[in-house]
Design a protein around this ligand. Structure first.
Ligand code: XLF
Length: 331
């Protein structure tokens, strides 16, 4: 395997010039650049990123911690972040921490060992783990500390949009399946929903789903939905749950009631929400914007630029068949 010495020799310049070129820590003139690039190509030289990082503190690696790859929302978040950071020559080291403290702690150690330039932490349940880290950190969805910027969808607005839609549909008996209180985003959704109901002087029921039932598609929801046939307006805290509710109604031979007698709204707008039948009405988190915003804020921190304490990304209602049976409703 060739090394920096070989590149210097073949291109006829000093090792420090090659190093300057690789780390772009100082200008290298065009002629020299071409010679070095040629030598790098001929020798198939690959700079040792970690060693380079020790010198420049630039490994061009970012850590991403997500709570669950089993919930498609988080892989979609990963994709949007990856696509954005790659444009700037960065790659991601991703950990699926599953809300498990030890796992998360180990991930953080490994990210530090890999000298990532920054870390994005999606929905941590262990904010204290990050308080001592010297690496720039951005929290996504769950608050870490006042010193760590938080990027989050406008969940309150999402809850309120969901309720308004059920009102337009003239629903009389409404229930919200809310997320576990450790998921702050879902608490905001619930609050927005209840607040909007209050403005309309309407009573809604709320059933909280505990973490243990959450949240991958294969989880058995163990009769959680027994009796929900009496409701005509249902707002689920995320799409996976809403799809489970659709499945429940189908299993009770009530498939044709969905979007007619019973109206079901999810939250997220994951890709599969429009692949199922009936297609799911949902509050779109705009995962693209959420991911890009998180990465942008992290880049600001990495570049020592000033940042806000909180960044909210907009949400919007996407009407599909699970609330309105027929017609061209998407959008
Ligand atoms: O953490 C919340 C709960 O579930 C997240 O935004 C999600 O909606 C993803 O499905």
């Amino acid at each position: 395997m060739s090394n920096i010495r070989d590149v210097a020799k073949l291109s006829g310049v000093s090792i420090s010039t090659v190093s300057r070129y690789i780390n772009s820590s100082a200008n290298v003139n065009e002629d020299t650049k071409k010679k070095i690039e040629h030598a790098i190509k001929v020798l198939s030289y690959r700079p040792n990123v970690l060693a380079r990082g020790v010198l420049t503190k630039k490994t061009r690696k970012i850590g991403l911690l997500i709570p669950s790859v089993a919930n498609p929302f988080f892989p979609e978040l990963f994709l949007s972040i990856e696509e954005y950071v790659q444009k700037f020559g960065y790659s991601l080291l991703v950990y699926n921490v599953k809300g498990d403290r030890e796992h998360e702690e180990q991930a953080l150690i490994e990210l530090e060992e890999n000298r990532v330039e920054g870390i994005l932490v999606a929905r941590t349940e262990n904010p204290d783990l990050y308080l001592k880290s010297n690496i720039p950190i951005v929290a996504v969805e769950n608050f870490i500390s006042v010193n760590v910027p938080l990027v989050i969808s406008d969940n309150i607005q999402g809850g309120s949009l969901a309720f308004q839609h059920l009102m337009e549909l003239k629903c009389k008996k409404i229930i919200h399946f809310s997320g576990d209180s450790i998921y702050e985003a879902t608490v905001f959704r619930k609050n927005g929903f209840i607040e909007e109901a209050r403005k309309h002087n309407i009573e809604v029921e709320v059933k909280q789903i505990k973490k243990k039932y959450i949240e991958n598609a294969y989880d058995d929801f163990n009769g959680l939905f027994e009796g929900i046939e009496k409701y005509d307006g249902i707002f689920a805290y995320n799409d996976v749950l809403a799809m489970k509710i659709i499945q429940y109604f189908s299993s009770k031979n009530m498939f044709y009631d969905i979007g007619d007698k019973v109206h079901i709204i999810g939250f997220d707008n994951i890709s599969s929400s429009q692949l199922i039948s009936p297609m799911l009405t949902t509050i779109s988190q705009n995962v693209q914007q959420l991911g890009i915003m998180s990465a942008k804020v992290l880049f600001k921190l990495i570049n020592n630029e000033s940042v806000e304490k909180i960044y909210k990304t907009p949400v919007n209602l996407i009407v599909r068949e699970s609330t309105i049976k027929t017609g061209d409703t998407d959008g």
